[in-house]
Design a protein around this ligand. Structure first.
Ligand SMILES: NC(=O)c1ccc[n+]([C@@H]2O[C@H](COP(=O)([O-])OP(=O)(O)OC[C@H]3O[C@@H](n4cnc5c(N)ncnc54)[C@H](O)[C@@H]3O)[C@@H](O)[C@H]2O)c1
Ligand SMILES: [Fe+2]
Length: 401
């Protein structure tokens, strides 16, 4: 078993690496840096903005578009990307709006759905293949058009990951396109944009960010780089999730959440998420349970299943979460249980349901759900404890009390 604090030879990976966005500008009101930074990046003629609808409605996107036009660029905007879009929906927007504009720069401003769509549009412009055939790791043949990504949820961390997730209704699953070509040239991390996030989305996306950090930390592919980002992400989110939920205008909490979310994205880029995300995918693909909600529901149960494999490993996590009295007693079980209890407590305080029936899942769905989750081997292989079909079913059943 890997220990809580370790030397390099205690990791399971033979080597490790890390790649991230070309450049990152973070801080309050950094949106004003957007146009000058783009001008410094190169000469662009045709800019395509993929926007979260509320940011179009409140004038922010029009303001950016105005500034880009004044700087001599043609600008087109779409607000047509739906939350957690299907491959067909993406193709539709691409054919109707993106492709005819022939952009040489794409800007995505929104939650993970908008950012992932922007990343996919960028490579759809330069590759003949359709989205489905890019699903998998390193199946994108050509680099895409340059992108600028501006997250408005905290969040997926998509702004710094080489992943883009797409819903595949025929397979009743969500799946990832994974390619370094999806990394953006520029990221703007402005917490002011997240002030308008409604409570339920603050809760679900915040728990998603936490899940990225925790799953990366216990992943079989964890390494010194991912650990550094994961622990700092856990520390930031543990201290700011409830404050940002109870008072959405708390800019300090919002700023910590946005940073914690980006670090979570960096951690998962370096180490990968695991069984929680794998089990969440069919819940999203089949029952349209929002990604963050599915993860928060599954997180404590998958961690409880993993417990004996990760107990020691969770000690630094407990400390980063500020859980007092979580010493090394009983090989870390005390600390590990405290972590799991805290997660359960959060889901209660954040009003996240703990019952899949709320989303019309029934006992009869458990077997097909488990089969679909078991096929997400890209993530299942990262889980520190092997999960067979029975174990997966048992976790889903915990959520059907
Ligand atoms: N690429 C990655 O590395 C990665 C990682 C995790 C999840 N994902 C994917 O990201 C998607 C989920 O993204 P998400 O959780 O950010 O949610 P989302 O993008 O689907 O947005 C959720 C809702 O919040 C609204 N919203 C977003 N920003 C807002 C704001 N500032 N104010 C008010 N409303 C706002 C959206 O309109 C939408 O209705 C899923 O498809 C998931 O699988 C991707
Ligand atoms: Fe996620």
């Amino acid at each position: 078993m890997r220990r809580g604090r370790h030397t390099l030879d205690q990791y399971s990976v033979p080597y490790y690496g890390f790649q991230t966005a070309g450049s990152i500008v973070a801080g309050r009101n950094t949106m004003i840096q957007l146009v000058p930074r783009i001008q410094r990046m190169g000469l662009f003629r045709q800019v395509f903005i993929v926007a979260q609808p509320s940011l179009k409605a409140n004038g922010i996107v029009d303001q950016i578009a105005g500034e880009l036009s004044q700087a001599g660029m043609q600008v087109r905007i779409t607000t047509e990307v739906r939350p957690e879009p299907t491959a067909d929906q993406l193709r539709e927007v691409f054919q109707a709006e993106v492709s005819p504009a022939q952009p040489d720069l794409l800007i995505g401003i929104g939650g993970g759905s908008v950012l992932d769509a922007t990343k996919l549009f960028s490579v759809m412009l330069t590759n003949e293949d359709d989205v489905e055939s890019m699903v998998g790791t390193d199946l994108v043949a050509n680099p895409g058009m340059p992108t600028v990504l501006i997250p408005t949820t905290s969040g997926t961390g998509s702004e710094v990951t080489p992943n883009a997730i797409v819903t595949l209704p025929e397979q009743q699953l969500k799946a990832g396109v994974v390619s370094p070509y999806l990394l953006p040239k520029l990221v703007i991390l402005d917490p002011v944009l997240t002030i308008s996030l409604p409570k339920p989305i603050t809760a679900a996306t915040g728990m998603d960010a936490f899940t990225h950090a925790l799953e990366s930390y216990i992943s079989n592919k964890a390494n010194p780089i991912s650990d550094m980002f994961a622990l700092e992400s856990i520390r930031l989110i543990a201290g700011s999730l409830l404050p940002s939920y109870s008072d959405g205008s708390d800019i300090t909490a919002r700023e910590k959440m946005l940073l914690g979310s980006m670090y979570g994205g960096m951690a998962l880029t370096a180490a990968g998420t695991a069984a929680v995300h794998a089990l969440a995918y069919p819940l999203g693909g089949q029952f349209h349970i929002p990604h963050g909600v599915a993860n928060s529901m599954l997180l404590p149960h998958v961690m409880a299943y993993n417990l004996d494999a990760i107990a020691e490993r969770l000690q630094p996590v407990a400390r980063a979460m500020g859980l007092s009295g979580s010493g090394s007693r009983e090989g870390g079980f005390h600390a590990a249980e405290a972590v799991i209890e805290q997660i359960i407590e959060w889901t209660r305080e954040l009003d996240i349901p703990q019952n899949l029936r709320v989303f019309h899942v029934t006992e009869g769905d458990v077997e097909p759900l488990a089969l679909a989750a078991s096929k997400v081997t890209r993530l299942m292989n990262n889980n520190p404890k092997k999960m067979d079909l029975d174990a997966i079913q048992e976790v889903y059943r915990k959520l059907l009390p």
